[in-house]
Design a protein around this ligand. Structure first.
Ligand code: NAD
Ligand code: 44H
Length: 395
């Protein structure tokens, strides 16, 4: 029987990465989304194209064998599909996991197959599948939680491929970079074994992979985005052409490299090579990745386990340097009231309505006792003072 994958989120990484590799692995892919235009486009086409762009030219792959369901209007269909699928993946954004959990919980509960469903969240966040798992438990009847592992296994993942916002006339087609990495925990599958998906690098211990990725690719990317935004750059490639911003990105990645090398079994030389690869990747002029996309959702990005405060807190605990990371954090706080970005509006409100210490706690989730805390409060205070001087008084 053909293997079936249910994928939540028919957006950029959903169509351009997860679905591509599930398709290549021989799965029928059922997209689940809440956007009518994406669902109807997927329902009304038999294929779309994924084009890898690099200085070596372009390579196009055609993706077929998919269906699509709108979970807003057809929840029971989604439940039925999950009850007979092999794998559920998602790429909806870390803040959306709580909204997709109820329907996944119902689908899992309806399963009778002897092999548990594989659940893999493909989000840029540490422990995203664990987060989803907890929401699914919260949405499962108390007397069914104990037997949940008989019906589903949950594996964290680290996912890496730059998929910029697509041109408005591109339809379902996606232009992406050639590079990709998809590391997933193998241990949760136990005696059942992990699904056969050639693109996945199965690992027993994910932390080094997800920390190295988030604290190099995403820390560097977001640094370029926030400095770039304030210096009037349109794209990440344009920001990195600026020697000042490029130098700052290098300084920041030197700080995170010291943590990665200190904490994980990764040598300084290997990390340096990784950093160079990442700087080349994010400088890719063919991607036309905007500073607004990469800077999106600044409140998520300045939170406790995320790309700036996550490594800075760990470096502070270890006596390491974190000044450049604080510089990126500061620029993230200045990413306020950006058109189309609700969190940037909320960020401005939080900074306006709270004292420096309260805003620091609310935004970063750091304890007052943490050694990084006073440094973070100072940055918040500076940003608030500048905003006040600019004529927008804070309370
Ligand atoms: N774009 C990249 O370069 C990239 C790379 C690696 C990881 N990621 C991660 O992948 C995730 C998605 O990013 P993206 O760039 O594809 O964003 P995107 O906005 O292009 O796609 C998100 C999709 O999720 C859908 N969605 C929202 N709420 C939903 C719900 N309740 N049920 C089902 N679908 C819902 C949206 O309609 C949209 O189609 C994020 O966590 C991001 O960090 C992105
Ligand atoms: O998706 P976000 O908002 O967490 O971060 C924006 C980009 O840095 C991100 O999407 C990268 O393109 C991606 O993580 C590359 O693998």
């Amino acid at each position: 029987m053909e293997k079936k994958a249910i994928h939540f989120g028919g957006g950029n990484i959903g169509r351009g990465f997860v679905a591509e590799f599930l398709h290549t692995a021989g799965y029928e892919v059922v997209f689940v989304d809440v956007m009518d235009n994406i669902i109807s486009a997927l329902q009304n086409t038999k294929s779309y194209q994924v084009t890898e762009v690099s200085d070596e030219g372009e390579t196009t792959k055609t993706i077929t064998n998919y269906r699509a369901i709108n979970s807003k209007t057809n929840e029971s269909d989604v439940i039925n599909e999950i009850s007979t699928a092999s794998i559920v993946t998602c790429a909806v954004g870390p803040n959306i996991l709580k909204f997709i959990a109820p329907v996944i919980a119902k689908g899992i509960d309806a399963r009778t197959d002897a092999t548990p469903l594989a659940v893999v969240a493909c989000e840029n966040a540490i422990g995203a599948t664990d987060t989803l798992h907890q929401f699914i438990k919260d949405n499962t009847a108390q007397d069914r939680v104990g037997s949940l592992p008989d019906r589903a296994r949950f594996a964290n993942s680290a996912i890496d491929r730059i998929v910029p916002a697509q041109a408005p006339d591109s339809g379902l087609n996606v232009r992406i970079e050639k590079f990709y990495e998809w590391a997933v925990e193998s241990t949760p599958f136990g005696e059942f074994g992990h699904p056969e998906i050639p693109a996945i690098h199965w690992v027993s211990h994910l932390e080094p992979y997800i920390e190295r990725k988030l604290f190099t690719v995403n820390t560097g990317h977001a640094t370029a985005a926030y400095y770039g935004y304030h210096l009037g750059k349109k794209t990440i490639a344009e920001a990195l052409k600026d020697t000042y911003i490029r130098g700052i990105v290098r300084d920041v990645l030197q700080e995170t490299a010291s943590l990665i090398v200190d904490k994980h079994e990764i040598s300084a030389a290997e990390q340096q090579e990784y950093v160079e690869t990442i700087i080349t990747r994010i400088s890719n002029p063919y991607l036309e990745d905007t500073v607004e996309r990469v800077g999106r959702a600044p409140m998520r990005k300045v939170s406790r386990k995320e790309r700036f405060i996550g490594p800075a807190a760990q470096l502070a605990e270890r006596g390491g340097k974190f000044q450049s990371l604080l510089g990126s954090f500061e620029m993230a706080l200045r990413f306020q009231n950006v058109e189309g970005d609700e969190e940037s509006v909320e960020l401005a409100k939080v900074l306006k309505e709270n004292s420096p210490a309260d805003a620091a706690i609310r935004l970063t989730g750091l304890d007052r006792e943490h050694s990084l805390f006073p440094h973070v409060v100072k940055v918040v205070d500076d940003v608030q003072s500048d905003t006040k001087e600019a004529g927008q008084p804070r309370i």
